[in-house]
Design a protein around this ligand. Structure first.
Ligand code: ZN
Length: 226
């Protein structure tokens, strides 16, 4: 994937694509009644004062993004969560993913959906690209399933395999440390002729025994914060 000369390359979003969605609209954050999200870094003095009054330092809020001009859309302030200061317009903004370090666009329409339909508070920020968010959700589900299976008193053969694959995948994603490898090896010892034994053995071979759970796996999660 080469770097485009005229247009930048952004991580693809399955619904919104990978290029800015131009609406032709720009607003001035210093105009009366205009409030932009803190993630734009374009806060009017009035908004900054308001945030400070709440005990919130606008500079410490989080990652400030590149705002893409002419992509603004109008927000419906009444639909945002009441505790927040209202945001009157959303912009497409460029972010860098916390996990894979690639650039992605947090779309204005996506923000509208987050803050007006899904009732996500305006303070919440989008720090991961769509594929990484999806992967994180899947890993969380896997971890949940692992917890569930590992606390059962007895497991069927199918469940034992599932537990082993959960362990393996969570180690591969550096969510689990290498200690779990012993449990996977125990499974292999008990099931030498299992149809998936060969595949599991190969995957185990690729996991370094000193993996601590904090190592960086390219395209995977960087931190073990779940
Ligand atoms: Zn990412």
């Amino acid at each position: 994937m080469g770097r485009g000369r005229s247009s930048r390359v952004y991580v693809e979003h399955p619904e919104y694509g990978s290029q800015p969605r131009f609406t032709g609209l720009d607003v001035d954050p210093d105009d009366d009644g205009v409030h932009l999200h803190w993630n734009t870094g374009l806060l009017s003095e009035e908004t900054q004062k308001y945030l400070k009054k709440l005990g919130c330092d606008p500079g410490s809020l989080g990652q400030v993004a590149d705002v893409i001009p002419k992509t603004a859309i109008v927000a419906d302030v009444d639909r945002q969560t009441a505790a927040s200061y209202p945001v009157t317009h959303y912009y497409d903004i460029v972010r860098r993913c916390r996990d894979c370090d690639r650039r992605f666009i947090f779309y204005a329409v996506e923000q509208k959906r987050w803050y007006e339909e899904l009732e996500i508070p305006l303070e919440a920020d989008c720090v991961r690209c769509h594929p990484c968010r999806k992967e994180m959700r899947e890993l969380q589900e896997k971890k949940f399933r692992y917890e569930e299976l590992s606390h059962r008193e007895s497991l069927s053969d199918v469940e034992h395999l599932e537990l082993t694959l959960c362990r393996l995948e969570l180690m591969e994603a550096a969510v689990f440390g290498g200690k779990q490898i012993d449990a996977v090896r125990a499974f292999l010892n008990q099931n030498r002729d299992h149809p998936r034994a060969h595949e599991i053995r190969e995957r185990v071979g690729k996991i370094s025994p000193e993996a601590s759970g904090g190592r960086y796996v390219k395209g995977r999660r960087r931190n073990r914060d779940a």
